[in-house]
Design a binder for this molecule. Structure first.
Ligand code: ARG
Length: 595
C-alpha cells in the first residue's frame, strides 16, 4: 500500500495513521512547526486544522502564544521549509500558514486506505472511518422508549432516529454498545385501560393492531373518567393491585405488552433500528426503589406533603420532586432512580446515555442529581442527550399518532413523487420498497440535518424533493455512484489497487477535492462522538455528494479511452461510494444500489 519512499514520521499519541492516513500528513506539518519553533510536537499538532476553501491544512499561529511578531514566527517556519513526499508547499497569509499536501501521495494513500479498510478489514465489515477510542468500554444507550397505549409521537421518532445513530457511532468508535428500549409500560394509565378494557376491549382488534386498539380503549375510558370520577378510583385500585403483583390484574397487561412489542419490532425493522434489550418501567424492582427511598430518607433528603414523599432538590435549583404517592405506588422518577441502579449492577457500564426530549430536561437532571447525592460514583457517567420539538408532522389527512402511519405516509409521498417521472418510474424494479426506503431516508435526514436542540417544522414537500440537501438527493448520489460499475462492464471488476495508477488523477482538481474529503471522514466521526450531533455527519455526506456531482462533467469514466485513466477514475468513484455509504449507514440509512 504505502510506497516505501515516504519519509519516516514520529509516532504521536491520539493519532492513528493506520485508520486515518491524513494523520500522517498532519504529523508531518506539525513536525515542521516544532522543528522551527519552540513548541513540542504534540502541541504543534493541535494547531494543524483543516483549511477553508481549497486550503488543505491551516495553522493559526497566534494560538501558540509565542513571543515576537507573527510575521517573524511565520518566517522561521517558511525558511526551514523543505517540500517532501508529505507536504508540497506552504503559503504565509497574515496570521496563518496554509500547507498543501503532496497530491499524488494523498490520492494513493487515501484511496488505498479506504479500499483496504472496506474490503479486507479484520472484522469482515467495512471499517473505514472507525477508530478504537472506546475499546474495552461499555455504553448503554436508551432510546425510543414509547408509551404503550399512548401515541408514538414525533418526539419518540426523534429519539429513535438520534438514538440509532448514536448506537452506530459508539460502535464505530470501538465501544461495546447495549441498545435499550425503556417502554412506558407501567403506571396508572394501565389501571385505566384495564378498567376500560372490560367495556371496550376486543380480542380481534387487539390481534389486528395491538398498539392502535389499546390507544382507542385508552381514549374511550379517559372520556368516561372525565364524566364519572368513580372510573379513576377504580383505575387506581386496579393499578395498585398490579403493583402488588396480583396475577389476575396482571394477566391482560402482559398480553398487551407482548403484542405491542411485536408490532413495534416490525416498525423498527423498517426503520433499520434494533434493540438488544426491551425493558420498561414495569421491570424496575420494588426492592431497588424501596432501598433507594430508604437511603434518601436516612440522608434527610425526603420531606412529606399530604402523605406523599418528596425529595428536596431546591438547593440545586431543581425543585421538589415527588418520589412516592400517597397510596404507596411508585412514579416515573422513582422508577428511573431504581432502574439506573439495577442497570449498573447488571451491566457495569462505563457510560449510560438517555436520548430523551428536552421537555424532560428537569426530570433527567433531578434523577441524575439524586443518584449523585446517594453517592454512586457512576452517576457522573450518565448523560442526557436531548433534542427539540418537531412541529407539523401529520399525515395529509390529519394528525399522526402512530409510527406506522408516519412510515406509510413517507412511503406514499415518495411513491407519488416518483410516479411523476414516468420513464424513470418504469425502470424501477420494486417501486414500493424503493419509495419507502427513500421516504424514510427523507424523514431521517430532515430530522438530523440541524443541531439536535433546534425545534423544526416538518415539511413533506421538502422531504420528498430530489433537489437541495434532502434524503432523496443523498440516495440519488449513492445510486449514481453505484451505477458506474454497471455502466462500464469493461472496467469491472477493477484490478488490485497496486495495479491502478492513481497519479493520473492529479490533473483534476475536482478529483482532488473528493479524495481529500474522503480522507477527512475518520475525523468527522471523531468529532461526532464528542458532540453527539448527527448533523456533522449529514453535512459531511452532503459535501461529499456535492463534490461528486461537481466532478461528473470533468472526471468522466464512460468515454475515457485511456484505460489507465478510466480505471483510476472509477477507483476514485468506488471509494467515494464506499465512504458515502458508510456515512449513510452511520445515520442508520440503508444506501440504495438502484432507484
Ligand atoms: N416513556 C417516556 C415518555 O414517553 C420516555 C422515557 C425516557 N427514558 C427514561 N429513562 N425516563 O415520555
Amino acid at each position: 500500500m504505502a510506497s516505501t519512499s515516504m519519509p519516516e514520521l514520529p509516532v504521536v499519541p491520539d493519532t492513528d495513521p493506520s485508520k486515518a492516513v491524513l494523520d500522517s500528513f498532519r504529523i508531518s506539518i506539525a513536525k515542521r512547526l516544532s522543528d522551527a519553533l519552540p513548541i513540542p510536537l504534540e502541541q504543534a499538532l493541535t494547531g494543524v486544522d483543516y483549511g477553508k476553501k481549497g486550503e488543505d491544512f491551516t495553522v493559526a499561529l497566534p494560538r501558540f502564544r509565542l513571543p515576537g511578531k507573527v510575521d517573524e514566527i511565520a518566517a522561521k517556519v517558511i525558511e526551514k521549509f523543505q517540500p517532501d513526499e508529505w507536504v508540497e508547499a506552504v503559503v504565509h497569509d497574515k496570521a496563518f500558514l496554509h500547507f498543501r499536501i503532496n497530491t499524488t501521495n494523498m490520492f494513493r494513500l487515501v484511496l488505498d486506505q479506504v479500499h483496504a479498510l472496506t474490503h479486507s478489514s479484520s472484522s469482515g465489515k467495512p471499517e473505514y472511518g472507525t477508530n478504537e477510542s472506546g475499546k474495552g468500554k461499555k455504553v448503554i444507550i436508551e432510546y425510543s422508549s414509547p408509551n404503550i397505549a399512548k401515541s408514538f409521537h414525533v418526539g419518540h421518532l426523534r429519539s429513535t432516529i438520534i438514538g440509532a445513530f448514536l448506537v452506530n457511532l459508539y460502535k464505530a468508535c470501538g465501544w461495546e454498545v447495549i441498545s435499550m428500549n425503556y417502554l412506558g409500560d407501567w403506571g396508572t394509565q394501565f389501571g385505566l385501560i384495564a378498567t376500560g378494557y372490560e367495556k371496550y376491549g376486543s380480542q380481534e382488534e387487539l390481534e389486528k393492531d395491538a398498539i392502535k386498539h389499546l390507544f382507542d380503549v385508552y381514549v374511550q375510558v379517559n372520556k368516561d373518567a372525565d364524566a364519572d370520577p368513580n372510573v379513576k378510583v377504580e383505575a387506581a385500585q386496579w393499578f395498585k393491585r398490579m403493583e402488588d403483583g396480583d396475577e389476575s390484574a396482571l394477566k391482560n397487561w402482559r398480553i398487551w405488552r407482548e403484542m405491542s412489542v411485536k408490532k413495534y419490532e416490525d416498525e423498527y425493522d423498517r426503520l433499520n433500528v434494533k434493540f438488544d434489550v426491551y425493558t420498561g418501567e414495569s421491570a424496575v424492582g420494588k426492592e431497588s426503589m424501596d432501598n433507594a427511598l430508604k437511603q434518601l430518607e436516612d440522608m434527610g433528603l425526603i420531606c412529606e406533603s399530604n402523605g406523599a414523599k418528596l425529595v428536596d432538590l431546591e438547593k440545586y435549583k431543581l425543585g421538589k420532586a415527588v418520589v412516592r404517592k400517597k397510596d404507596g405506588t411508585s412514579i416515573y422518577l422513582t422508577r428511573d432512580i431504581g432502574g439506573a441502579i439495577e442497570r449498573y449492577e447488571k451491566y457495569k457500564f462505563d457510560k449510560m446515555i438517555y436520548v430523551v426530549a428536552s421537555q424532560q430536561d428537569l426530570h433527567l437532571a433531578q434523577f441524575f442529581k439524586v443518584l449523585e447525592l446517594m453517592g454512586f460514583p457512576w452517576a457522573k457517567n450518565l448523560l442526557h442527550i436531548n433534542y427539540g420539538l418537531v412541529q407539523g408532522m401529520s399525515t395529509r389527512k390529519g394528525t399522526v399518532v402512530f409510527l406506522d402511519q408516519i412510515i406509510k405516509e413517507a412511503g406514499n409521498v415518495m411513491h407519488e413523487q416518483m410516479q411523476k417521472n414516468e420513464d424513470k418510474y418504469a425502470a424501477v424494479e420494486d417501486p414500493e420498497t424503493t419509495s419507502l426506503e427513500i421516504g424514510i431516508t427523507g424523514v431521517k435526514i430532515q430530522d438530523m440535518a440541524a443541531k439536535r436542540i433546534n425545534n423544526y417544522t416538518f415539511n413533506w414537500d421538502r422531504m420528498k424533493s430530489f433537489e437541495g440537501d434532502t434524503g432523496p438527493y443523498l440516495q440519488y448520489a449513492h445510486v449514481r455512484l453505484a451505477s458506474i460499475g454497471r455502466k462500464n462492464p469493461h472496467l469491472n471488476p477493477l484490478p488490485a489497487p497496486s495495479a491502478i495508477d492513481t497519479s493520473t488523477l492529479a490533473q483534476y482538481s475536482h478529483a482532488r477535492d473528493i479524495a481529500f474529503l474522503l480522507g477527512t471522514y475518520p475525523d468527522v466521526v471523531k468529532v461526532a462522538l464528542k458532540t453527539h450531533e448527527p448533523s456533522g455527519i449529514v453535512t459531511f455526506a452532503f459535501r461529499l455528494a456535492h463534490a461528486i456531482s461537481s466532478a461528473w462533467d470533468s472526471v468522466i469514466v464512460k468515454g475515457e479511452e485511456d484505460i489507465e485513466k478510466a480505471r483510476a477514475k472509477m477507483y476514485l468513484y468506488e471509494c467515494a461510494r464506499e465512504v458515502l455509504g458508510a456515512a449513510m449507514r452511520l445515520l442508520s440509512i440503508r444506501p440504495l444500489e438502484r432507484m
